[in-house]
Design a protein around this ligand. Structure first.
Ligand code: BTN
Length: 240
């Protein structure tokens, strides 16, 4: 995997989109500690204080078509971020479906997965990870936290970033060797709010339900009014 470290960039995901054709390698890792116009899920911004956090993107070209590949990519990515954070003894780690990593009730990392499809098959894949490391002031973002807030000490950004690069090398082999059901089971054992009575926003309405797990196509399974329903990420929002 080719590794590129950028002093400053608008967005590591956008950098890859613009430059991927200039690289001959089939996989790239790009990271920066100064991302000035980061992209988040559903068109939102990802704001990161310069030189306090790490912003990493991985690019994989032409994935071998296989069943449940997008599901496995999403599950493996979330579980890997969790694993890295666990190695730093970050407490009470959970995955808030679809792509947030939480410590307790606060978000410590976000994941943005983008794919390009050709004839309905994934042609290339971008995985962007934003991890709050040494930032302690999140201003108006009340639900955010960082490794420093939780552990009361600073961390080496290069070390953490390279740990991610190591975990994502041979990514394709790794995910093809993983069984979908085992991955779902592991993911659900870390799923935020699972089997608890929770409030959700669906459309304009606030409803109460219980998260049961996820489906094979990465939808959220929720019990509402004694019925099991599934939702994709645009349809339902868990109230924190
Ligand atoms: C989210 O929680 O909304 C997802 C945030 C993803 C942020 C990362 S930082 C590295 C990569 N580059 C971007 O512009 N976004 C992702």
């Amino acid at each position: 995997m080719k590794l590129i470290k950028l002093n400053a960039i608008d967005s590591t995901n956008e950098y890859i989109k613009l430059n991927k054709s200039f690289f001959s390698q089939n996989s790239l890792a790009v990271y920066s500690f100064n991302q000035t116009n980061g992209r988040g899920q559903r068109g939102k911004k990802w704001i990161s204080e310069p030189y306090k956090n790490t912003c990493i993107s991985f690019y994989f070209r032409v994935l071998k078509p296989s069943e449940y590949i997008l599901l496995k990519i999403s599950l493996y990515t979330a579980l890997t971020v969790l694993e890295v954070l666990k190695s730093y003894d970050i407490p009470d780690l959970k995955i808030k479906w679809p792509n947030d990593i939480m410590s307790g009730n606060r978000k410590i990392a976000g994941i943005l997965i983008e794919t390009t499809l050709v004839k309905n098959k994934i042609n290339d894949l971008l995985i962007g990870i934003g991890l709050n490391v040494n930032q302690t002031d999140f201003d108006t973002i009340k639900e955010a936290t960082s490794m420093k807030i939780l552990k009361n000490k600073s961390f080496n950004l290069h070390m953490i970033s390279e740990q991610f690069v190591e975990k994502f090398s041979s990514f394709e082999d790794k995910i093809s060797n993983l069984l979908k059901d085992k991955l779902i089971e592991k993911f659900c054992s870390h799923l935020y709010g699972i089997r608890e009575k929770r409030k959700f926003v669906i459309g304009e309405k606030v409803v109460e339900g219980i998260i049961l797990g996820i489906t094979d196509n990465y939808m959220l399974n929720v019990e509402l009014d004694k019925q099991v329903k599934h939702y994709d990420s645009g349809q339902i929002k868990l109230v924190l």
